[in-house]
Design a protein around this ligand. Structure first.
Ligand SMILES: Cc1cc2nc3c(=O)[nH]c(=O)nc-3n(C[C@H](O)[C@H](O)[C@H](O)COP(=O)(O)OP(=O)(O)OC[C@H]3O[C@@H](n4cnc5c(N)ncnc54)[C@H](O)[C@@H]3O)c2cc1C
Length: 324
């Protein structure tokens, strides 16, 4: 199979590539086959080839929201790593390959006096990863700035490149049509607004400083669990279980932080093998040194069970498990 893949994709196809080197958790076994796609044409080609050869494939970008299994991935990992983007200043738009680092685009927006992405300063990963998961922080999310997306619709081995306007992307909390239905994002057009360069940079610096104070520096995949949507039922359940009132600002923001629920269960610092609930931010499971995916999964299920038993809330993962 490796010979066939090399024939179609070139000598760059690797075998048994350690996935721990390609994710921010620094955990995970090998990918049977591994290929870096440097632009959207190469992504299209690699996924087409995998489908034709009947090989299972996984599209990886910045690797900042995934946990790879200790056994790795028994198929082709297509790592998207492109650098092409274009700023259309007069239209306040940025057109970009999905595989461009979000930080690059955030920086280019600031340098060109385009406002709307300041909140995203400091978020690792790529534009494609951020659009797929509708990444967000400080009350904003990626979907707000998306004008259109070009993506591969993959359904029962059919292959079709389609264009989506913002509405068709069906953005929700850490959610989009691409996450729900499995599309591969190739290109994104972002619509921003004219802003003052100095003010944009000041806002970004403020965000970076705030993040510095609260984001753990140990290896992780970001927030492990999704925050919980406020509903009358959830509020009642938490009150029944904990006999505590939910802070008013959570109610007004419409989300109960998973970190708060985990703290209520005294889980900060809890460790299984090398995996640890961060002391700095309870919704970060960190690799405190030598963690295996097994350690992380065991700790995550311990957290979920304790939170369910003690607050009545079922936590759901924000990160993606791959190869399990
Ligand atoms: C220290 C730290 C801080 C973080 N802070 C935040 C934060 O403030 N807010 C936030 O929302 N997130 C945060 N994250 C999580 C993460 O950075 C985001 O979810 C990011 O958008 C993931 O992008 P990625 O390119 O790394 O995706 P990956 O981790 O490579 O992939 C994640 C998922 O997206 C899929 N995917 C990737 N690229 C594409 C594509 N082109 N088309 C279709 N599917 C694709 C993958 O298959 C996978 O299922 C943080 C992570 C870390 C480590």
């Amino acid at each position: 199979m490796i010979d066939k893949l090399k024939e179609k994709l070139g000598e760059g196809v690797l075998e048994n590539e350690p996935l721990a080197s390609h994710c921010t958790f620094k955990i995970g076994g090998p990918a049977k086959y591994f290929f870096i796609a440097k632009n959207s044409d190469e992504v299209v080609n690699a996924t087409k080839v995998a489908m034709k050869l009947g090989i299972k494939f996984f599209v990886l970008s910045g690797g900042s929201n995934v946990l790879f299994a200790d056994t790795g991935f028994d198929g082709l990992v297509v790592k998207v790593n492109s650098s092409w983007f274009m700023v259309h200043g007069a239209d306040c738009k940025i057109e970009t390959d999905a595989g461009v680092k979000l930080a690059e685009v955030v920086k280019a927006a600031a340098e060109n006096g385009l406002s709307g992405l300041e909140w995203a300063a400091g978020i690792p990963g790529t534009v494609g990863g951020a659009v797929r998961g509708n990444a967000g922080a400080y009350g904003h999310a990626m979907g707000e700035s998306v004008e259109s997306v070009e993506a591969i619709k993959v359904s029962s081995f059919k292959f079709q490149v389609s264009s989506y306007n913002k509405e068709e992307c069906r953005f929700g909390y850490r959610d989009s049509i691409f996450k729900r239905e499995g599309g591969i994002i190739l290109k994104v057009v972002l619509k921003l607004a004219t802003g003052d360069k100095k003010k944009i940079k000041e806002e970004m610096n403020k965000i970076l400083k705030a993040r510095d104070g609260k984001i753990p520096t140990d290896s992780s995949a970001g927030s492990f669990f999704k925050n919980v949507e406020v509903t009358d039922e959830i509020v009642k359940t938490i009150k029944e279980y904990t006999h505590e009132d939910i802070p008013a600002d959570f109610i007004s923001r419409g989300k109960i932080p998973a970190a708060w629920l985990i703290e209520q269960c005294d889980l900060k610092g809890k460790q299984v093998g090398g995996a640890k609930v961060s002391e700095k931010h309870a919704n970060f499971i960190v690799n405190a040194g030598g963690a295996t995916a097994g350690d992380v999964v065991a700790l995550a299920s311990l957290v979920k069970t304790k939170v369910r038993n003690e607050t009545g809330v079922q936590l759901n993962e924000e990160i993606e498990y791959v190869g399990f």
